[in-house]
Design a protein around this ligand. Structure first.
Ligand code: HEM
Length: 399
């Protein structure tokens, strides 16, 4: 530990290159994978950039994810932290035993059978959107025409949320994920979304269908408030993340033509390619964040009870000690073990669904449009450094 590595840093959000985490994170990781981080509210906690330490902390029950214990490393997220994420049913931000109860109920709904049954429907939805792109003709914004609607429609059908209402929840969810939203905007978007889903939950209780929200309403003892919270969490988590993987992943493939050709022409690499794109691109722009419940020593550093720890999974996924030549996109490498879906008890509940969507959507797009290319210079693609989930705001393409 040197003087340089004990001086608190602040979390960088701007990226020098579109597919790489901020350079500072990599430099810090190579110097010292755990270092003091200054949080904007004056708190002094930690930043973890190394793979081994990040994975260990995610699996350690001495670290909490409770929102009331966490400090945010990004001032703009304070509104979301204090006002919106403390809801019944928001189990992403709960510790056991509360978390365990919700997670068990949800695991009963996110069955392999239900996910498998969705596959032909995801194929159909993908085909429909490719047909529409062909019909309308080039150029197109791939985000609006493909990357956003596919996961959005899939999560709507899974949950039983009318897709016709997408404008409302896509707008609300983008306000909630934006680092530029004011406290008032965040509160208004959250209330709007909660009101909408509260109505939906009541309707499902009265007239259950065969969707997931109806299943939870009829098969569990969850209250309406809890069900609304769960549905809100799933709706936001279920479309923004995968949508950004599809948009940013396509951009990355377009900039790496050999890798693109492998995904398009060799179905046997697709599984590896999806894991590698998840690792290489790590759309989780900030965090996850945890707070120590007691004093914990990690790698010779004493993290004291109450201190917040920001785990940069983007930096951890580029740790050369875990992934050789980590800054290379190589769709044939075995990249499993990456932390893009988190790790431990909060590991992403929707990961199989997200993988299925990507395995179907990337090759289908590349095969339908073998001449797919950017319609603007790469430097003009607007990047989502201003959002909690990284990706592209738009991806103008032609074919
Ligand atoms: C590429 C797409 C996705 C990525 C990168 C992603 C990433 C993550 C990460 C990193 C976590 C853990 C956060 C933490 O530990 O603090 C998480 C949790 C979660 N994700 Fe995902 N996710 C994706 C897609 C989905 C989808 C499609 C759904 C729903 C259908 C979903 C639902 C959830 C839920 C409910 C949790 C909370 C789990 C818990 O606390 O036990 N995610 N996700």
């Amino acid at each position: 530990m040197t003087e340089a590595t004990t001086r608190p840093v602040t979390l960088p959000l701007t990226r020098e290159r579109p597919f790489d985490p901020p350079d500072a994170l990599g430099l810090w990781r190579d110097e010292d994978p755990i270092r003091p981080l200054a949080y904007p509210d004056g708190h002094q906690g930690w930043l973890v950039t190394g793979y081994a330490a990040a994975r260990a902390i995610l699996a350690d029950a001495r670290f909490s994810t409770r929102i009331d214990l966490l400090h945010t490393p990004v001032a703009q997220r304070a509104a979301q932290f204090r006002n919106t994420l403390r809801r019944p049913g928001f189990f992403l931000r709960m510790d056991p035993p509360d978390h365990t109860r919700y997670r068990r109920l949800l695991a009963g709904q996110f069955t392999v059978r239900r996910m498998k049954a969705l596959e032909p429907r995801i194929e159909e939805i993908t085909r429909d959107h490719l047909d529409a792109m062909e019909r309308v003709g080039a150029p197109a914004d791939l985000v609006q025409a493909f990357a956003l609607p596919i996961p959005s429609l899939v999560i709507c059908e899974l949950l039983g949320v009318p897709y016709a209402d997408r404008e409302k929840f896509q707008r609300d969810s983008s306000v909630l994920l934006s680092l530029n939203s004011s406290v008032e905007q965040v509160e208004a978007a959250m209330n709007d979304l909660l009101d909408y889903l509260d109505d939906l939950v009541r309707r499902k209780r009265a007239e259950p269908d065969d969707d997931l929200v109806s299943g939870l309403a009829t098969e569990t003892d969850l209250t309406d408030d809890e069900l609304t919270g769960i549905t809100t969490l799933l709706l936001i988590a279920g479309h923004e993340t995968t949508a950004n993987m599809l948009g940013l992943g396509t951009f990355a493939l377009l900039r790496n033509p050999e890798q693109l050709a492998a995904v398009r022409d060799h179905p046997e690499v697709v599984d590896h390619a999806v894991e590698e794109l998840l690792r290489y691109l790590t759309v989780i722009h900030i965090g996850p964040i945890r707070a120590a419940l007691e004093d914990v020593e990690i790698d010779g550093r004493l993290i004291r009870a109450g201190e917040s720890v920001t785990l940069s999974v983007a930096a951890a996924n580029r740790d050369p000690e875990r992934f050789p030549e980590p800054d290379q996109l190589d769709v044939t490498r075995p990249a499993s073990g990456h932390l893009t879906f988190g790790h431990g008890i909060h590991q992403c509940l929707g990961q199989q669904l997200a993988r299925t969507e990507m395995r179907i959507a990337y090759p289908a797009l590349l095969r339908r449009f073998p001449g797919l290319r950017l319609a603007v210079p790469a430097e003009e693609v607007p990047m989502r450094t201003d959002m909690a989930i990284y990706g592209v705001h738009r991806l103008p393409v032609t074919w």
